[in-house]
Design a protein around this ligand. Sequence first.
Ligand code: SAH
Length: 469
Amino acid sequence: MTKNEEFEIEITDMTDEGLGVGKHNGFTWFIKDSIVGDTVLCGVTKLKKNYGFARVIRIIKPSADRREAPCPIARQCGGCQIQQMSYEAQLRLKAAKVRNALIRIGGFAPEHIDEILEPIVPSEKQFRYRNKAQFPIGRDKEGNICAGFYAGRTHSIIPCKDCLLGAEENGLILDTVMDWMKRYHIEPYDERSLKGIVRHVLIRKSSLGGFMVCLVINKDRFPKAEELKAMLLSSLEASGIRLKSLSWSPNTEATNVIMGKSFETIYGESYIEDCIRIRENAQDSEIRFRISPLSFYQVNPGQMERLYAGALEFAGLNGRETVWDLYCGIGTISLFLAKEAGFVYGVEIVPQAIEDARSNAALNHMDNTEFFVGKAEEVLPRWYAEHAEENADVIVVDPPRKGCDEACLETMIKMQPKRIVYVSCNPATLARDLKYLTEQGYELKNARPYDMFPQSVHCECVVRLERKS
Ligand code: SAH
């Protein structure tokens, strides 16, 4: 086959990135914008030895799961990969992804997985569920200042102030920031020349009402801060929106990491406060959290509550256990665990997140916790070397997409907890790590997928492992 050659193909699978997959002429083809069940006419864009990439020219027979994507720029924007699929089909795809990863990568028997894998927990909200948005600021084709999204895998900005996954108020906040830039001649950052000032605008919405705004700035000094504060306060207040925190974070590096390493508050508090309520033993349990602009916080509040309730359920605590919460962020899971455990240790790499975790423990009057800054794979082995005789009853991990470092898993095994709860945002690394843990004396008891990110291919999962007696 040659480049641009056209052929007809049926899509039978999808990759983890949301590309349609089909077989034709002994080749495996990866085709953007197609979904399982489609038959499409496509054109070759790239050829490899035994696989290739192609683009959709025309849909010949649409999949029964296909729908019109509600967002007009869903195809260009990299954020949602499967908006053109019905929500039912999205859930089926994600559940299958978890099952396949556990079988193919984890090496578990299909019968075992079918026994322990629970149905995926759907998200109540399928749009407007995100409490956080990060908009790059740049210039559009006409040279006007704009906010929007990077077109999938590129550095060009597609103007869009109203992402359908985010809060409706984001548009007004962005408009005000851009008005301030125009009025005071403050340049947007340009990734090619590395010049200009405003890189990103981070917006967080609290479930208690109120917003946090943080500007990422390509300078060590923030210009016209008082003016921005005045403009934001007046435009937001006129619309009944409360500004709780305005800050900026310096990031002068040529990197695609969005936030800088520090931040300074211009107005209000240095954090935004949120409240998580989970239903446990038929009782409501509520904890307040303060979140700094640099800390990780789950983006889908409704699902976050279900996810944490699941982690707590799988931890099966009785009030006396010593528990470790690795990759603890601002201590969200840690504090729910601390309500039901004897003592909880948290470990997290971002220093500001640990500051938040400590102040969250104090804010909620929970003194049975201790938090360490550092890499889980370094803090845990160091701690174990000095405290090998102290036991850990339950270990909870919630690592980023790349999963746990082997040094971390190895120490977890040495600590011999009764139970391990693994919260994962990547089924592939989850399966890899579960393979390791189950080869070292643990048994996979439950796995429950959660749809935290409707319209995207991502899938979260909570898993329970028990030590074999
Ligand atoms: N459990 C928290 C955070 C989960 S996100 C919550 O539910 O809110 C994963 C967290 O791991 C992030 O806060 C990230 O900063 C942190 N992290 C990433 N690599 C790490 C490592 N090697 N050691 C410890 N923490 C790490």
